[in-house]
Design a binder for this molecule. Structure first.
Ligand code: NAP
Length: 254
């Protein structure tokens, strides 16, 4: 049975910002689908924690860059009840590199996970949420990044450009489905304390950046999750196409 608020799919929900979204969403009464790609232990541990505290949650493995996996993810969610929303959170970085050093394999993965994956998941969500397809409406929140505005020179311009694509995708899709009961928004986190930095070969990145940040501190995954939950909620009923900086003042110019 679905929680009172319906089913929320969180891609990359097993760790970091996604896990924080799952925690808040389960507490608010969503039935949470915790998607992950490799770390089953993290996903299972999180689901056990959410269920133990009275929430409804299910882990579903799936690589968002593969259509068959995305179809499976949504089919599993369909079994739990009507979809209420999607958080397109799964994302990857890579090791610092200049553009003239980037292999086609790196670029393909970067764009496939961060862009193609978000498109595929949003496509499946719109098919279920849009009144055009018989749905009752809902909301999609995409994860962009302050990097979309900064460009991430000599670090990961490919990642920054992928997040720039997410911004444009958010604006375009929001207008496409605005009259069909579906709101589409994004958040642009700044430097957030998760394992993504270590996965890009920079385990000390947060500590090294701290002194340069406007608030002299990094953000927490929960601070980003709170913004996402607000955007998903009826409190944000007249917001669509909005891209919210959750960056502690970093890169806040358009
Ligand atoms: P994270 O701690 O590295 O966690 C990444 C999550 O995504 C994990 O649950 C991982 O699953 C999942 N994942 C990775 N590749 C996937 C794929 N191909 N298919 C499905 N799931 C996949 O990342 P995070 O820092 O929370 O970042 C979450 C989002 O926020 C990303 O889109 C990121 O670009 C964005 N963001 C983060 C920051 C920051 O400073 N942390 C700043 C700006 C934007 P497994 O557990 O199975 O590996």
């Amino acid at each position: 049975m679905a929680g009172d608020k319906g089913v929320l799919i969180v891609t990359g929900g097993s760790r970091g910002i996604g896990a924080a979204v799952c925690r808040l969403a389960a507490r608010e009464g969503y039935t949470v689908v915790v998607n992950y790609v490799a770390n089953q232990a993290a996903a299972d541990t999180l689901v056990a924690e959410l269920v133990a505290s009275g929430g409804k949650a299910h882990a579903v493995r799936g690589d968002v860059q593969h259509e068959a996996d995305v179809l499976h993810l949504f089919a599993e969610a369909d079994r739990l009840g009507p979809l209420a929303g999607l958080v397109n959170n799964a994302g990857v970085v890579d090791r610092p590199a200049r553009v003239d050093e980037m292999s086609v394999e790196r670029l393909s993965r970067m764009f496939a996970v961060n862009i193609l994956g978000s498109f595929l998941c949003a496509r499946e969500a719109v098919k279920r949420l849009s009144t055009r397809h018989g749905g009752k409406g809902g909301a999609i929140v995409n994860l962009s990044s302050a990097a979309a505005k900064l460009g991430a020179a000599a670090q990961y311009v490919d990642y920054a450009a992928a997040k720039g694509a997410i911004d444009t995708f958010t604006v375009g899709l929001s207008r496409e489905v605005a009259s069909e009961g579906v709101r589409v928004m994004a958040v642009r986190p700044g430097i957030i304390d998760t394992e993504i930095h270590a996965s890009g070969g920079l385990p000390n990145r947060v500590a090294e950046m701290r002194g340069q940040l406007p608030m002299k501190r990094e953000g927490s995954a929960e601070e980003v999750a709170k913004a996402i939950l607000w955007l998903l909620s009826d409190e944000a009923s007249y917001s669509t196409g909005a891209i919210l900086d959750v960056s502690g003042g970093r890169a806040t110019l358009p």
